[in-house]
Design a protein. Structure first.
Length: 456
């Protein structure tokens, strides 16, 4: 009898493991590009047409690109359909996150949500679509969902276009296509409650392993991204450089990070650049894994897939990225200038991360909303150990139609208790927008390269 119970138990565990790890069938994968978009979103619009059917995304020549690489707004002539504010929020609450409702209540006079017509602009290079379809029937999770099978390196993008659970949805955000290797100059602010701020400027290199010709394939098998970040302003921080080798399976091989301290003129390992370690020059307003809305290892949380729903999320945020704006136009007391924002109705995947019993993190729960077309996280509500809503993140998405890549114009993380926030990713006043098609080498992302990058 005991033997039979044990056998049944092992069978149940095997079935559970299969459900967690199995790739989709060939029949399911055949939906990609037919009833589903090549990325796995529903191709059909919604019942009343407020979300249109997907017709291939925006054209590569949808607008103009200026000499600095900034994109014109292809929807500049559109006006908001309506605006959600504290007075009428109850009417739209089923399409708002708890965090958005809290922001409307926290700043009733100034925070509002202008809702525009929905445009499904996402379109990626054919090589990405082909890779996604190949990977759909082959890629599995490993290590309890905290890593990806080795064959992911054959595809590299969007591991689970037809996800079966919460961690698979999150992996799609983590493994999304960024447009290859990129250089960018961006500004971060942490305003005081009165709106006063001192900008911090970063020069960042993001290296895609497939675009680094001298990277040994075996050595780079567990590398997702190379990342180097140099602080160039203000003077008191200038010359500090961070290097990260972002790994796929961070349980097997944790994120590798080094910091060059300009004052000490030395390079040291930086294990604190992970999980709830403090973000660079963030004044305690974000964690390391708040970067890119969520980055790093998913292993400290249990990820529950709640389902899919329609929500008003930041989208097509071209107006917020115009080079005619000053940072003082964007940065205001309490939150960014909502008159410059754009929200649209889109379908999102709803995923809830709950901190595992024996793990530690300052966020006990993270409630995420991920856009079905781009797999970018649009909204995150962060809860503290008492279960109270603490921080609200909004990712203001912009699609680089000229390079067929999605990114964030700006990431905002609002602290409801402190009445302060951090805004990361602005480039309005910089000399150039994102610079794609960068040619990097392995030597650009070694600890020795940090000393060469430091400026003092």
């Amino acid at each position: 009898m005991r033997k039979m119970i044990l056998q049944c138990g092992f069978m149940a565990l095997s079935l559970l493991a299969t459900n967690v790890m199995a790739a989709v069938s060939a029949d399911e994968a055949a939906k990609l590009g037919t009833s589903l978009t090549p990325m796995g979103a529903e191709k059909a619009g919604n019942a009343d047409g407020s979300i249109p059917a997907y017709t291939g995304g925006i054209a590569v020549n949808a607008g103009t690109v200026d000499s600095k690489g900034f994109l014109s707004d292809p929807f500049a002539n559109e006006k908001p359909l309506f605006t959600i504010n504290a007075a009428n929020a109850a009417q739209y609450k089923d399409k708002l996150s708890a965090g958005q409702i809290a922001m409307l209540q926290r700043y009733p006079e100034t925070y509002h949500i202008p809702v525009y017509p929905t445009h499904r602009t996402m379109a990626l290079p054919q090589k990405v679509y082909d890779a996604v379809k190949r990977g759909a029937t082959a890629i599995t999770t490993i290590n309890d969902g905290n890593g990806l099978s080795a064959n992911f390196t054959d595809t590299r993008y969007y591991a689970f276009p037809i996800p079966k659970n919460g961690v698979e949805v999150l992996w799609n955000h983590i493994t999304r296509y960024h447009g290859g290797s990129v250089h960018r100059t961006i500004t971060q602010v942490t305003p005081q409650t009165n709106g006063a701020f001192d900008p911090v400027t970063f020069e960042e290199d993001i290296g895609a392993p497939d675009d680094i010709p001298d990277l040994d394939k075996a050595a780079g098998a567990n590398i997702l991204t190379f990342f180097k970040q140099e602080v160039t302003k203000p003077a008191r921080l200038a010359g500090n450089v961070l290097l990260v080798h972002e790994t796929l399976d961070q349980v097997k091989e944790p994120r590798q990070a080094w910091i060059y301290n300009a004052g000490q003129r030395r390079v040291r390992r930086a294990p604190q650049v992970a999980y709830d370690g403090p973000g660079t020059a963030a004044d305690g307003l974000r964690t390391s894994d708040n970067f890119d809305m969520f980055s790093g290892a998913p292993d400290r949380y249990d990820w529950k897939l709640i389902g899919k729903k329609e929500m008003y999320i930041p989208y097509n945020s071209y107006k917020l990225d115009q080079p005619t704006l000053k940072y003082s136009d964007v940065v205001k007391a309490g939150h960014i200038n909502q008159d410059l924002t754009r929200y649209e109705l889109h379908r999102v995947w709803e995923v809830e991360g709950t901190l595992k019993p024996n793990e530690r993190h300052i966020y006990a729960k993270r409630h995420m909303y991920i856009d079905e077309d781009s797999w970018q996280i649009a909204l995150v509500d962060h809860y503290d150990g008492r279960g109270a809503l603490w921080r609200v993140a909004e990712g203001h998405a912009e699609y680089f139609y000229n390079k067929q890549a999605a990114a964030y114009t700006l990431e905002a993380l609002y602290d409801l208790n402190a009445g302060r926030y951090i805004a990361l990713g602005m480039k309005n006043e910089e000399k150039h927008s994102y610079q794609f098609d960068q040619k990097f080498h392995v030597a650009d992302f070694t600890p020795n390269a940090l000393r060469n990058a430091g400026i003092r």
